[in-house]
Design a protein around this ligand. Structure first.
Ligand code: BDR
Ligand code: CA
Length: 305
């Protein structure tokens, strides 16, 4: 068993695949899922988190997080993830309910403290983590590793140089990337290389399980949306971040500082020499990462068979 994990997410198709990966490789380490706004509204991301947990028979509590950025408004990514956030995957109503609390941030803080030290993985906007650091500055000392999917060096996906998770709430992103003592950032440059082809998606679809069928549906929807925007295939941004968490040796990295622009070009991420507190993931082996994802759904999976 590894260190307890808090998963902060906005499911989302690639977030949903990240659930599959975590549930496969370290099922009992994930102690809490925080589902906030991002790819779609919070109501949908909470429901999607519950759907994924029940599909995976994974008993992890789901805590509804922030409903929007700390400042201003946001645009969803329904054009990629569909209006339900899961590419039209229709599963029956969930029995499992989210945690009910009138102070979700306090609940998050108390969970982290009760675990002693946790690792914190973010797959959506950085609003929840920024709010936690702002209200409970000592929470930082209870967090070991932070792994974040976000940003792009010299590239973006919602604006020429802005990546979605940074763009949703640039002020929160800037705060976290400045204040974190160390944070591993998995940017677009790395994640966009990890994309399923139609042939790989079809192989998943041929596997006769409820999970494989569900994955086939969402990966296929994601393939159509991603390739319409010129991407290689069904891009696995968030699973790549989770695979970095699990297998950091599969990535080359460098230490640097990252500045998030909050004014003229909100969400742009730039390298800075101010403070080298970021571990930036660079190269990886996309084929190997895709195999690691496929192994989660296909029993007796043979990589090149
Ligand atoms: C990120 O934005 C979201 O649409 C994805 O889920 C991922 O977290 C990629 O830019
Ligand atoms: Ca996400």
């Amino acid at each position: 068993m590894g260190r307890p994990i808090i998963l902060d997410t906005d499911p989302g198709i690639d977030d949903a695949v990240a659930f599959v990966v975590l549930q496969h490789y370290c099922p009992s380490d994930v102690r809490l899922i925080v589902a906030g706004y991002g790819n779609i509204t919070k109501e949908h991301t909470v429901r999607n988190a519950l759907t994924m947990c029940s599909l995976l028979k994974w008993d992890v509590p789901v805590l509804p997080g922030a409903s929007g950025p700390q400042k201003g408004s946001y645009e969803t990514a329904a054009h990629i993830h569909g209006t339900d956030g899961l590419g039209g995957l229709s599963l029956s109503e969930q029995e499992k309910k989210p945690i009910e609390t009138d102070d979700w941030l306090l609940y998050l803080y108390e969970t982290i403290c009760s675990e002693g030290t946790v690792d914190y993985i973010t797959l959506g906007p950085l609003t929840n983590l920024a709010m936690l650091f702002m209200r409970f500055p000592d929470s930082k000392k209870h967090i070991g590793r932070i792994v974040t999917m976000g940003g792009g060096i010299g590239k973006g996906n919602v604006r020429p140089y802005a990546e979605f998770n940074m763009f949703c709430d640039p002020e929160s992103a800037a705060f976290v990337l400045r204040e974190a003592d160390h944070l591993a950032l998995i940017p677009l440059n790395t994640t966009e290389t990890v994309a399923f082809s139609l042939m790989q998606i079809d192989r998943i679809g041929q596997c006769d399980t409820v999970l494989a069928h569900a994955l086939y549906t969402i990966l296929k929807a994601n393939y159509a949306a991603c390739t319409a925007y010129g991407e290689l295939g069904s891009t696995m941004h968030d699973s790549t971040a989770v695979l970095y968490y699990l297998f950091p040796e599969l990535f080359s990295v460098r230490k640097c500082g990252i500045h998030v622009n909050c004014e003229k070009e909100p969400g742009n991420t730039e390298l800075t020499d101010r403070r080298h507190n970021i571990i930036l993931a660079e190269q990886t082996d996309p084929a190997l990462l895709l195999e690691k994802i496929m192994a989660c759904v296909m029993k007796e999976y043979t990589p090149h068979g």
